[in-house]
Design a protein around this ligand. Structure first.
Ligand code: ATP
Length: 262
């Protein structure tokens, strides 16, 4: 059974790559209307989890529900409800920003006039209006994130998944993205994003899931997870200062580094 108040729920989600268990039985829960952060050290399994949740990668075991719908049994209905800004975003490089949005809207079956109106508004809010006719191949990293986010929002999804949305984005653009996302969750929609930037997660999120070595090691409202500490301190306590769950350390070795060589 899934709770309809939950935007996302996975049950014992597993993904192996050969001998490697990338995701080892994850129960990810995100309540509706949350601004949720998925955090964890490099290689913890965040991207693999998000890829399975968004229907891009088939799980070896487990179930995933979005708004109560099974992602792998009811993919069309689920895809109409979700927006995705994946890691290493691939875009149609030879289209302009405006054409990219128009093309995405048509693929989603939105009437042309509606697509045009939404695209103009998104381009303006994302501060891309002056670059709307430039080819995407000539966009900067931050501009690519913004047009990718605009494309993910165009069909007004109920749940938005973002893998490292702020990577390579300057503070002004990050502020723009933040404002758009805040407004979006205030309307009752849900955002799930992965990030390594704890300050940002702490500032934006009201719900946090912490992953380490393919497992969820803490999950819940931000204040419960950080328990009176900064999120960064809580994170280091949960995953270990080395990021591998083995406790603090890592200063041994590297004795040659910075030493004057003979
Ligand atoms: P990062 O923060 O560095 O992006 P992550 O938490 O997103 O890391 P994943 O990319 O999900 O982590 O990787 C989890 C583990 O699965 C890693 O050990 C990675 O090497 C492995 N992995 C991921 N994708 C593949 C693949 N296609 N083939 C083999 N191993 C993979």
């Amino acid at each position: 059974m899934t709770d309809i108040a939950e935007a996302v729920r996975t049950q014992r989600l597993v993904k192996r790559f050969g001998q490697q268990v990338a995701v080892g039985g994850v129960d990810l829960v995100v309540p509706r209307g949350s601004f949720a952060g998925l955090v964890g050290p490099n290689g913890a399994g965040k991207t693999t989890t998000l890829s399975m949740v968004t229907g891009l990668l088939r799980p070896d075991e487990g179930a995933i529900h979005i708004d109560g719908l099974d992602v792998w049994r009811d993919p069309v209905a689920v895809k109409a409800r979700i927006g995705v800004l994946p890691e290493g975003l691939r875009l149609f490089e030879r289209l302009s920003g405006r054409e990219l949005l128009s093309y995405n809207g048509q693929l989603r079956g939105i009437p042309k006039a509606e697509v045009e109106q939404r695209a103009e508004e998104l381009l303006r809010v994302m501060d891309l209006a002056d670059s709307a006719d430039k080819l995407v191949v000539d966009y900067s990293t931050g501009m690519r994130k913004k047009i990718g986010l605009a494309a993910a929002l165009l069909h007004n999804p109920r749940v938005l998944f973002l893998d490292e949305p702020f990577e390579g984005v300057d503070p002004v653009s990050a502020n723009t993205l933040t404002e758009v996302l805040r407004r979006y969750t205030a309307s009752g929609a849900t955002v799930v994003f992965s990030s390594h930037v704890m300050d940002l997660v702490e500032r934006l999120c009201d719900w946090v899931s912490v992953m380490s070595r393919g497992q969820i090691v803490a999950q819940g409202p931000l204040d419960r997870v950080r328990a009176g500490r900064s999120l960064n301190e809580a994170f280091l306590g949960l995953v270990g200062a080395r990021g591998d769950g083995q406790g603090p350390g890592g200063e041994e070795g590297l004795s040659w580094l910075g030493a004057t060589s003979a």
